[in-house]
Design a protein around this ligand. Sequence first.
Ligand code: ATP
Length: 261
Amino acid sequence: MASHSDPEIVFDGVVKRFGDHVVLRDLDFSVAPGEFVTLIGPSGSGKTTILRLLMTLERVDDGRIHVGGECLTHEQKGDRWVPAGEKHLRRMRKRIGMVFQQFNLFPNMNVLQNVTEAPVRALGLSKSDAEERAVELLELVGLADKIREHPSRLSGGQQQRVAIARALAMRPEVLLLDEVTSALDPELVAGVLKVLKDIATTTDITFLCVTHEMQFARDVSDRVMMFDQGQVIEDAPPEKLFTEPDHERTREFLHAVLDRP
Ligand SMILES: Nc1ncnc2c1ncn2[C@@H]1O[C@H](COP(=O)(O)OP(=O)(O)OP(=O)(O)O)[C@@H](O)[C@H]1O
């Protein structure tokens, strides 16, 4: 069982390769319960791979990942630890939600159905309980008046807010955010970020976020991890990392992204 002092997420010596390409090399980090941690770093440095490992969309080549005090990647069979089987992964997956760059809503379902489908199917909630909760969440993301609309009638920002409500409907302990505003028109970005900030500050969900929105990262994160060539090269509160980074590589990276027109 997890105790209060256990970190919510632990990467312990994680290695991930694609063929000969080592994307994560002996990666160690942890995230405390309720913390909001943002991963920044150059394109191709492995940030999305970290989220995909947590979603069990990829398997580690070495090392272990723990979530909520339990091993995600391996399970005990008798006195041996073996790579996690499908049943273990399915159970663990329910604890982790993810919001992607693309909203991935079901086009043939209305907003309410999109938010209730998984809780009814995967958590076994009754339809009326799932709907009650979905309406609360859709109010939280500012879409109470859209519950009968189909996704195609919504703006990108509204669709992304439905995707956020859908992820929250599964009551995740951990919410992973992967470039959630990248596919949005610039004028829709602020509304989505505001919703996320409200959720981050009013719930005890643990967040691991990949974003190029540096102002958002600075505003919301408890910690920012600068990631390069498969490892965390700097890990600091945002006010430190964005103003006086220790590492030259972090300085160069911030200079490049903050100067972008
Ligand atoms: N399924 C895959 N097969 C082969 N190579 C992959 C696969 N997924 C990722 N990679 C490679 O792993 C590296 C890390 O990719 P990843 O998407 O994690 O980077 P990232 O830091 O999230 O980049 P970006 O900021 O551009 O999204 C890249 O070189 C990528 O080409």
